[in-house]
Write a protein that binds this ligand. Structure first.
Ligand code: BTN
Length: 336
């Protein structure tokens, strides 16, 4: 259940006029003193709240903070009941995995303002400072075989592109298999972790972890990422984007994904094909299994019906179907 402070903030955000202390205390089912203390605490967090005698409170300015009230203003109160927003956590995927183990339902969401041990793919870490990005994990219980896990991440990449378009009106694209790009540089990574039920081989729970670079500045990225990663802000003239709105839209997009799984395959495949910019590019393929063959180069041709990447390797007339998990692909000219 969201706190009084969070629920009051959501009320203020959704009201274009003053909210009286009395109306707030009635709507929230708390005392006037509790409303006053929420006002003080919100002001401490940087929310500017005007108070006028006989009128109440009006929110006049809102910082870009990832907190429950800010996100909750853009979702229904019932949806917020299964959304946890934390100031800091080791990894939202780990936290969400714990909730899943305790029986949390599909649609459970964990968001954090920052992560101290953000995880990337292939054992890498994912830089997660406060005040910049969206670090969000979503619990799916898809009742499908583990071989479908990479398809889930492809659907997720589509959900991320949709949410960015809907919230900020901006176009993004996908580098096979599931990096989301803006102007051909990475703005979002997805790490999907699943637990498998031994007897049936089906996925018991699947944690979809999404990290989006929203308001980072160039100097926030380490040197080794400077030519690969960017943020939505950098690509749009340094403007600050409100992360809470994007997080809320993303939750709705992921709810659509969960509701559509697996029947909406055709829609997601079509959307994926139109967003994915890997086909048509020269690529290098690296096998990800230790001790396997060295890299090969070729041309990416198309996206297969199972979201595989069809590639014609140099020296071959045939196309090879690359499955994610087995290979990673890098463009020969730049990141894509
Ligand atoms: C990658 O590109 O390597 C994937 C990065 C995934 C990062 C997100 S941030 C939210 C969630 N929690 C984590 O620890 N990792 C994912």
């Amino acid at each position: 259940m969201p706190s009084v402070k969070d629920r009051f903030l959501s009320m203020l955000i959704n009201s274009s006029d003053y909210v009286s202390g009395e109306a707030a205390s009635k709507a929230l089912g708390v005392s006037r003193a509790a409303v006053n203390s929420a006002v003080m605490s919100l002001r401490n967090d940087g929310y500017e709240i005007d108070s006028a005698t006989n009128r109440g409170y009006l929110l006049t300015s809102r910082p870009d903070r990832m907190d429950g009230g800010n996100v909750g203003a853009f979702l229904s109160p019932s949806r917020m009941e299964s959304v946890t927003v934390l100031p800091v956590v080791d990894s939202t995927n780990n936290y969400c995995k714990d909730l899943a183990r305790k029986g949390a339902p599909e649609g459970t969401v964990v968001i954090s303002e920052s992560q101290t041990g953000g995880k990337g793919r292939r054992g890498r870490s994912f830089l997660s400072p406060p005040g910049c990005g969206i670090y969000l994990s979503y619990l799916l219980r898809p009742k499908t075989g583990i071989e479908k896990i990479s398809e889930i991440t492809c659907w997720t990449a589509v959900a991320v592109c949709d949410a960015i378009k809907e919230t900020y009106g901006l176009d993004s694209s996908i580098k096979w298999v599931n990096d989301v790009l803006m102007n051909r540089m990475k703005i979002c990574g997805i790490l999907t972790e699943a637990s498998v039920e031994a007897e049936s081989g089906t996925i018991g729970s699947c944690i979809i972890g999404i990290g989006i670079n929203v308001n980072e500045k160039r100097s926030d990225f380490p040197d080794e990422l400077s030519t690969l990663a960017t943020s939505i802000s950098i690509e749009n003239g340094g403007k600050t984007f409100m992360r809470a709105e994007l997080a809320a839209t993303l939750i709705r997009s992921l709810d659509d994904l969960a509701a559509g799984w697996p029947d909406a395959h055709g829609n997601y495949l079509e959307a994926y094909r139109s967003c994915c910019i890997t086909p048509g590019n020269r690529i290098s393929a690296y096998t990800t299994m230790a001790g396997e063959s060295p890299e090969r180069t070729g041309e990416a041709i198309s996206i297969g019906d199972d979201f595989s990447l069809e590639v014609r390797f140099d020296g071959s007339d045939e196309t090879t179907s690359l499955k994610s998990g087995e290979v990673s692909v890098r463009g020969l000219y730049g990141y894509t």
